[in-house]
Design a protein around this ligand. Structure first.
Ligand code: ATP
Length: 356
């Protein structure tokens, strides 16, 4: 059973198409993210699902029923905004009770429902607190509690972590995922931050210029991107241009602009002579000549220590600056040292060169 489906949903503003023929099915209880750069149409799509915008064409179904024509308050979806939109003049309990009152719930049951939802978000007994007394993370949880008390079929979250500092954002990623598991409610989350989408989601739709480029699990998107846009946007990747010199059984030999060549996996219909981009994940690169098949020589440009995510920047003799993942232990190389990196040819992904 899908809690939410979009079928070829399009939104035009005058001659400009903000969302183009987008289709998705979100199974019941899934954490589904829409990931894309600023201006790609994420918010417009979410506003259509919530009922704040009308699609130019296509259909939106919640629990199998079309909601086209229904105003926002008649769709059983709730939305958490980036700035949370909590009412500063009301205390926590009143904030959460507000939606229940507007819905006409019996007064007698409201306090119990508020207490129960506060318990579930891990903040029991804070009904009397004022909003300004809460930390950033607590405000997030209250904003979610205020929606979840109304038991929506789908909770829409529009970049809710965007206003938090980095440390709290890292913590809230894990907390949001745990809350979603606990409520067993379908979450539709929009973000331009690939690490948020990868960490939290069961499924991610990668959006670019109003269209979905790929829908898949975080691992599928990372391991098997279907386009250069997805390969470059999801996870870190070294990306450099070249031209296909030869194609043989799914592999292409790409000539690099400053001489030399690399062999990699041809991931689309590019042909001999076409301009392409080669994508190599930092963790697919290994220091040393190796026996993996492909290598480039160069010089260590700099060491970037970041615990388990430490990197070396290596300037290859063919001109490319390559980011190479290294273990947290001190590397056996220093800035200025000669170095060689190697990789398996099937870990170099080759796609047609993107416009611009
Ligand atoms: P961000 O992450 O920056 O919020 P987004 O991916 O959510 O971006 P949208 O806000 O959906 O993008 O906007 C998509 C495109 O549609 C943008 O080019 C935007 O200028 C345009 N757009 C959005 N709303 C309107 C509107 N009411 N009238 C005209 N153009 C609009």
């Amino acid at each position: 059973m899908n809690d939410l489906s979009c079928e070829r949903v399009t939104k035009k503003f005058g001659h400009f198409t903000a969302v183009s023929e987008v289709s998705l099915d979100v199974p019941s209880g899934a954490f589904f993210s829409i990931l894309g750069p600023s201006g790609c149409g994420k918010t417009t799509l979410m506003r259509m699902i919530a009922g704040f915008e009308t699609p130019s064409s296509g259909d939106i179904r919640i629990k199998g029923e079309s909601v086209l024509g229904l105003p926002p308050n008649r769709r059983n979806v709730k939305m958490v905004f980036q700035h949370l939109a909590l009412f500063p003049m009301m205390n926590v309990g009143e904030n959460i009770a507000y939606g229940l009152r507007c819905r006409g719930d019996a007064r007698s049951g409201i306090a119990e429902k508020v207490a129960r939802v506060l318990d579930r978000v891990g903040l029991p007994g804070v009904e009397e607190k004022r909003i300004e007394q809460l930390s950033g993370g607590q405000k997030q949880r209250i904003a979610i509690a205020r929606c979840m008390v109304l038991e929506p079929d789908v909770l829409l979250l529009d970049e809710p972590l965007g206003a938090l500092d980095l440390k709290l954002r890292e913590h809230m990623k894990i907390e949001l995922k745990q809350l979603q598991h606990q409520f067993e409610t379908t979450f539709l989350y929009i973000t331009h931050d690939q690490s948020e989408a990868l960490v939290m989601s069961d499924q991610v739709a990668v959006m670019n210029a109003g269209r979905f480029e790929q829908i898949g699990s975080p691992r599928e998107l990372y391991d098997r991107p279907v386009s250069g846009f997805v390969a470059g946007f999801v996870g870190d990747a070294n990306c450099f241009p070249g031209k296909i010199a030869e194609i043989r059984s799914g592999e292409a030999r790409v000539e690099l602009p400053q001489g030399g060549d690399v062999i990699g996996k041809l991931c689309d219909g590019s042909r001999t002579g076409d301009d392409v981009e080669v994508f190599l994940r930092p963790e697919a690169l290994h220091l040393g000549a190796g026996g993996a098949g492909q290598s480039l020589e160069g010089k260590v440009d700099s060491l970037l220590f970041n615990g388990a995510n430490s990197r070396i920047l290596m300037r290859a003799s063919t001109g490319q600056l390559l980011e190479v993942a290294i273990p947290a232990e001190a590397p056996a190389v220093a800035e200025g040292d000669a170095a060689t990196v190697n990789w398996r040819p099937d870990h170099a992904l080759i796609f047609a060169r993107r416009a611009g």
